[in-house]
Structures are given as structure tokens and as C-alpha cells.
Ligand binder design. Structure first.
Ligand code: NAD
Ligand code: ZN
Length: 242
């Protein structure tokens, strides 16, 4: 850690000490230290070469028109079922247990916050762990999608679709409402591991009405966050130093 990081971490420590109903808003950068690639970092999925860009493959149109190709990419790049929570996930779960953190709002679909012990988690983009038949609605564990090749099928013949929000699809209204309510009521908002590029998710931080706003990220997010304390670094490293 350099001097600037140490100073930022110390200020964050003081903020967390007084935190009573904090909210954490995070993205793919929270899980890179667990070995799951994000989208926009140096080794993120957007820098890798595919026949189609990831935004295209992860769109509803592509899912409907090229279903088998979608699942090949999805199994290969989006499912990381052996990943374990890192220090950031664990620290957030601890703050919740201590009564300091009211909620985690995440753009991630990997389920690692819950695996670490967090209970109040708003998954804006859904979860790979939930899967439903598009015809009869029957629910399936992730193994039904992960195992096998080709298009995963229900006993009724319908396609099993992961409960993740694809580009062009709306966010779940109840999840969005819960996230907004938590952010509005927060005394501290910590934003971490997100480029703040994906809307409407990135716009949620505008609902924060408090004055202790912190960003912990490797590099500044694409969208400026005025008035924040910015700690430039790896979130697992920074949080484990708290
Ligand atoms: P993003 O890839 O656009 O941005 C990630 C940000 O995190 C970047 O600014 C990067 O510099 C930073 N970062 C990377 N590793 C970090 C670390 N260890 N500590 C601190 N910062 C770090 O991700 P996004 O903003 O979440 O938006 C992309 C979309 O990707 C989201 O909608 C999400 O659903 C999806 N996604 C999810 C997963 C997952 O579930 N783990 C993985 C890839 C993508
Ligand atoms: Zn079915």
C-alpha cells in the first residue's frame, strides 16, 4: 500500500467505526480477487476475443436467436462455481452481523455475498444459482445448466433459462425498490469494484442522501462520483486492512 492508499484506508476505517446503517454498492471488481474475471479490466472479458462482443452474446435478442451459442459462452465464462468469497465479501458479512451494514446492493450474479454470510443482498442482475423453465416455470439448480452441453432442457421440453438480467431485459421491480429504499436510508454508502457503466444500476447511487460517500476501486470509475472519499486499490486488500 502506498501513502495515499494508507491515508484513504484510515479515513474509511473512521467512517466504518461510526457507521450504523451503511449500504455497500458493488460490481464485478468485488469478485476478481475470487478469480472471477470482470468485464472492463485489463484481463476482463471485454479484452478477450470472441466472434461477438460480450454485450451482444449477453443480450436477450442473442439468447433467443442463438441459444446454443449463448449457453456455450455462459458455461465457459459466466459460471465460476468453484469460486470462494474473498476478504471483501467476508468483511461485508461481518459488518451486517455487527449491525453496521443494512444491505449489499450488487450487480454481480455469482452468489458470493450470500456464500460469505450476507443475508440482505439485492441482486440487481439476478443470480446464476437460480434457473427456471421458460415454459412451465419449474425451478432448477445451477447444475442443470452447468452440467451437459447444448441447450439445457426441462422435463417438459422447455428451455431452462438462468435468472440473470440480460441486456435489453428490465430489472426486477421489487429488487430495484428494495435497493433504492436501502440506499435512501443509508448513513454511509460504500461503492466498490464497479466501473459505473451499466445503467440503470449505476444510477442507483444518486438516491443516497447522506454525506459519507466512499469509492473503493482499482482506478477511477468511468462515471465521476462528486464528493466521495476515493480509495484507489484492490477492494479485498483495502477491506482486510480495516
Ligand atoms: P466492470 O467490469 O465494468 O468494472 C469493474 C470495475 O472494478 C473496474 O473499474 C475495475 O478497475 C474494478 N476492479 C477490478 N478488480 C478490482 C478489485 N480487486 N478491487 C477494486 N476494484 C476492482 O463491472 P461492473 O461495473 O460490475 O459492470 C459490469 C456488469 O458485469 C455488471 O452488470 C455485472 O452484472 C456483470 N458481471 C458480473 C460478474 C460477477 O457476477 N462476478 C462478473 C463479470 C461481469
Ligand atoms: Zn418446463
Amino acid at each position: 500500500m502506498d501513502e495515499e492508499q494508507r491515508e484513504g484506508t484510515e479515513r474509511l476505517r473512521q467512517i466504518v467505526a461510526g457507521m450504523k446503517r451503511g449500504v455497500f454498492f458493488g460490481g464485478a471488481g468485488v469478485s476478481t480477487e475470487s478469480g472471477i474475471p470482470d468485464f472492463r479490466s485489463q484481463d476482463g472479458l471485454y479484452r478477450q476475443k470472441y466472434k461477438y462482443p460480450p454485450e451482444t452474446i449477453l443480450s436477450r435478442t442473442f439468447f433467443d436467436r442463438h441459444t446454443a451459442e449463448f449457453f456455450a459462452f455462459y458455461r465457459d465464462k459466466m459460471l465460476c462455481l468453484s469460486a470462494e468469497p474473498n476478504a471483501a465479501h467476508k468483511k461485508l458479512a461481518r459488518w451486517e452481523a455487527e449491525g453496521k451494514l443494512a444491505a449489499v446492493v450488487t450487480q454481480n450474479i455469482d452468489g458470493l455475498h450470500q456464500k460469505a454470510g450476507s443475508r440482505r443482498v439485492f441482486e440487481l442482475h439476478g443470480s446464476v444459482l437460480r434457473n427456471f423453465c421458460m415454459d412451465c416455470g419449474r425451478s432448477y439448480p445451477v447444475s442443470a445448466v452447468a452440467e451437459g452441453t447444448g441447450i439445457p432442457r426441462c422435463a417438459c421440453g422447455g428451455v431452462i433459462k438462468p435468472d440473470v438480467v440480460l441486456y435489453e431485459e428490465p430489472l426486477d421491480a421489487a429488487t430495484l425498490e428494495g435497493a433504492v429504499r436501502a440506499i435512501r436510508a443509508a448513513d454511509v454508502l460504500i461503492v466498490g469494484g464497479t466501473s459505473l457503466n451499466v445503467y440503470p444500476a449505476a444510477g442507483l447511487i444518486d438516491y443516497f442522501e447522506g454525506d459519507r460517500l466512499v469509492v473503493v476501486n482499482r482506478g477511477a470509475p468511468a462515471r465521476a462520483v462528486p464528493g466521495c472519499l476515493f480509495v484507489n486499490g484492490k477492494i479485498g486488500e483495502v477491506f482486510s486492512a480495516l
